[in-house]
Design a protein around this ligand. Structure first.
Ligand SMILES: [Zn+2]
Length: 176
């Protein structure tokens, strides 16, 4: 089991803007970070995980290729995302915000260009839930959480639950 911690709602790491990775000079760091992230994703049976959730403010996220059609990709380093299409509404959750599942409006399509671990650049054109997952994870790299995208009414309704998460998990992360 990794010594890395999962960051929960209330952690300032989740609110920072993450920095880009230098793939060639940071290969060892990124490799061990990705191993830890994959372990967390598997343990928690998550759909995706962004590096800030594992305590690192770097622009990296992973998605579960068994759950989403990502044409063989699961690692996204220094991604850039462009959205298009009509707004679509579907349910989202987040490993850092346990127990809360809410409908979020997002564009139906997204193009993501990123690097894989070998430093190869690739572009994916995605629709529906894969496009949604990419947008959710990419938001994490800018310190944005899905609950920020809810309507004011829904936000008010989950306010108490959010403060309970903050209280239960504390401002600091805990070991997985
Ligand atoms: Zn999330």
């Amino acid at each position: 089991m990794s010594s890395r911690k999962l960051e929960y709602y209330g952690s300032s790491i989740l609110r920072n803007r993450s920095r880009k990775i230098d793939i060639s000079s940071e290969r060892d760091f990124i490799h061990s970070l990705l191993l830890d992230m994959l372990e967390v994703l598997k343990l928690q049976k998550g759909l995706g995980l962004a590096a800030p959730q594992a305590g690192e403010n770097v622009r990296v996220f992973i998605l579960n290729p068994e759950e989403l059609n990502l044409k063989g990709h699961s690692v996204f380093i220094n991604p850039s995302v462009t959205t298009s299409g009509p707004l679509d509404k579907d349910e989202e959750g987040c490993l850092s915000i346990p127990g809360i599942f809410e409908y979020v409006r997002r564009p139906f399509s997204a193009a993501v260009t990123a690097y894989d671990l070998s430093g190869e650049q690739f572009t994916l054109e995605l629709d529906d839930y894969a496009a949604r997952a990419v947008q959710h994870e990419n938001d994490h790299l800018d310190g944005i959480l899905f609950v920020d995208r809810l309507t004011p009414i829904r936000k008010r309704l989950i306010k108490k639950q959010l403060s309970e998460i903050k209280r239960e998990y504390g401002p600091d992360s805990r070991i997985l």
